[in-house]
Every structure is written in structure tokens, then in C-alpha cells.
Design a protein around this ligand. Structure first.
Ligand SMILES: [Zn+2]
Length: 127
């Protein structure tokens, strides 16, 4: 039994109405304090979510999807080979500096990687 529950049980057994009223007031105050704290935390979490969405939108505007023309130019520049291992199949267009790190969708920041090298690069950055 919690300390408060024990106090309530003791006050009830003694018929101590004043002690019960004091405990009720303490519990109400504690409840109000916790509710205010939860509201503050929820508001803070909501602010962070909005900030993150705004940041993602700004990033997306700077780094839109790779166009077909960019894809062709990067593949031609890289001679249709993975820049890491030279593979000629399962080629992906990769951001050298990841979009998440502020990399732009520009030819200079794009490279040809095979699926495996692309996966390994992602695993290294994320892991
Ligand atoms: Zn490769």
C-alpha cells in the first residue's frame, strides 16, 4: 500500500475528517501539478514535431527528387558503373552528401552506386 493510501486508511479508521480533508487537498494539488506538467510536455513535443516538419519541408525544397535528366547525366559521367566497385548492374543514383545532412540534388553531389554499395553506405551512415 502506498504511503498516501496508508494515511487515508489510518485517518478513516480514526474517523479523522480533518486529516482526510488535508490528504484530499494534497492529492488534488499534486494532481493539478502533474496535469500542468503533462500539458507542458505535450506542448513541447508538438512544437518539436512542427519544427521537424518545417525543417524537412525546407530540405525537400533544396533537394528535390533526382530528375530523369540528372540521372542520365550522372550515369553517363560515371560510365554506367558503380563508383565504388565498378559493378554495372542494379545501379542507383546516390547523394554523396546525404539529403539528411544538407546535401543538394545537384550533379556534383550525385554519384552512381550499385545497390550493394548504396546499402553499405547507408548502413555506415545510419549505423
Ligand atoms: Zn558497388
Amino acid at each position: 500500500m502506498s504511503d498516501v493510501a496508508a494515511q487515508i486508511a489510518a485517518a478513516t479508521a480514526k474517523g479523522d475528517v480533518a486529516a482526510l480533508a488535508t490528504l484530499a487537498i494534497q492529492l488534488a494539488n499534486e494532481n493539478a501539478r502533474l496535469c500542468a506538467l503533462i500539458e507542458r510536455l505535450e506542448a513541447e513535443a508538438e512544437r518539436r514535431r512542427e519544427k521537424e516538419t518545417t525543417r524537412k519541408r525546407a530540405r525537400r525544397a533544396l533537394a528535390p527528387d533526382v530528375t530523369l535528366w540528372q540521372r542520365r547525366d550522372v550515369l553517363e559521367r560515371d560510365a554506367y558503373r558503380c563508383r565504388r566497385c565498378g559493378a554495372i548492374t542494379a545501379l542507383h543514383i546516390d547523394h554523396v552528401v546525404p539529403v539528411a545532412a544538407g546535401g543538394l540534388t545537384e550533379i556534383d553531389n550525385l554519384q552512381t552506386l550499385c545497390a550493394l554499395c548504396n546499402w553499405k553506405k547507408g548502413a555506415r551512415i545510419n549505423g
